[in-house]
Design a protein around this ligand. Structure first.
Ligand SMILES: Nc1nc2c(ncn2[C@@H]2O[C@H](COP(=O)(O)OP(=O)(O)OP(=O)(O)O)[C@@H](O)[C@H]2O)c(=O)[nH]1
Ligand SMILES: [Mg+2]
Length: 335
């Protein structure tokens, strides 16, 4: 048995230190990590993946913390991946510190990992995918993925989750910001946190109005033939329609988090009953395959071409001597 096999066996056997070690290897794309992930793949598919995203400071980490305690009280094991694509230093570490200070500290049923962006975001999404798979194979019931809402990277990461929770808070002036980032479109559940603060009703009302607007324009899931046009009849006709709920929470007091746990369960049941879960799984696989294929082929090609050849192509494109289509043909087939 190779060292990789031993590590994989330890992870499957519930060894937390082996798990931490393997995740570090996967993150660094260390030798053997690739094989370890393949060995673990047949053991995945148990975990339920929940994405938690939203503007900075809305209370995502506090929500994740309190939601995790609610899941633990209900008997579930939980792994948390905190991703901070913008800053390599802040974000996740803060979450780790916060959770270390709570009763989750020392709980074997909880595993926390922070990840910062290294290199390209495509690379980060692939690395997170692998880390999530390792945690899934390690047997956790839930894997929570926390990201700071910042645009396309959230959409990519949200594609990994079955249920995406978007966290907002009153008085952030970020309702419009959330819309701008296109983050409402990926929400399965909206949480208005800091419900102890003034203006909460206003935030809920604004979000409800944006959602109602969005719903009438929405294309539903994989059944893309079903497009609800503006002014079309109500959505009862669409069998996989999910009315995005808006929940109020006070995460610092753990208020509303049991409800969040139940609503995530309802969403999960909805996805299963409507067949959307299988669709999402397929979409996940297709999206991941194409991203990886693209990244790998690109890396391979760039590896085979001398930098000055590429530089020359770029120079001629800028000089309008070479169009993009011909540039690609030249790089692939040679001059
Ligand atoms: N009043 C009030 N404060 C809250 C609540 N939830 C979180 N906070 C506070 O809001 C601040 C930000 O909370 P975090 O959980 O770090 O927010 P975050 O969205 O994870 O922040 P980033 O990861 O930096 O984007 C902290 O000071 C929390 O204590 C709440 O329900 N009510
Ligand atoms: Mg946070």
């Amino acid at each position: 048995m190779t060292a990789d096999h031993t590590l994989v066996q330890s992870v499957l056997g519930g060894d937390r230190r082996a798990l931490a070690r393997l995740i570090t290897r996967v993150e660094n794309q260390a030798p053997g990590a690739f094989d370890a992930v393949s060995l673990l793949y047949p053991h995945t598919g148990h975990a339920y993946l929940v994405g938690i995203t939203g503007a900075p400071g809305t209370g995502k980490s506090t929500v994740v913390n309190a939601y995790t305690r609610s899941l633990r009280a209900a008997g579930f094991t939980v792994a948390i991946v905190a991703v901070d694509p913008s800053s390599p230093f802040s974000g996740g570490a803060v979450l780790g510190d916060r959770i270390r200070m709570t009763e989750l500290a020392g709980d074997r049923g909880v595993f926390i990992r922070s990840m910062a962006s290294r290199g390209s975001l495509g690379g980060l999404a692939a690395a997170i995918g692998d880390v999530v798979r390792v945690l899934d194979a390690a047997g956790f019931d839930y894997v929570l993925i926390e990201t700071v809402g910042a645009g396309q990277s959230e959409v990519d990461i949200a594609r990994m989750a079955y249920t995406t929770v978007v966290v907002d808070a009153p008085g952030m002036g970020d309702d419009v910001q959330a819309i701008k980032a296109g983050i409402l479109e990926i929400a399965d559940i909206l949480v208005v946190n800091k419900a102890d603060r003034p203006g909460v009703k206003n935030t809920v009302r604004t979000l409800r109005a944006m959602l109602d607007l969005g719903h009438r324009l929405r294309t539903v899931g994989h059944h893309s033939a079903v497009v609800i046009q503006p002014g079309a009849p109500p959505a009862e006709q669409v069998y996989d329609f999910w009315d995005v709920p808006i929940l109020e929470t006070i995460a610092t007091e753990a208020a509303g988090l049991d409800t969040l746990r139940e609503v995530v369960e309802q969403h999960r049941a909805h996805l299963q009953e409507s067949g959307t879960l299988a669709d999402r799984e397929r979409e996940r696989v297709v999206s991941e395959l194409s991203t990886r294929l693209r990244d790998t082929l690109l890396a391979r090609l760039l590896d085979q071409r001398a930098p000055d050849v590429i530089e020359d192509v770029i120079r001629r494109m800028v000089a309008r001597e070479l169009d993009p289509g011909s540039a690609v043909r030249e790089l692939i087939n040679g001059r």
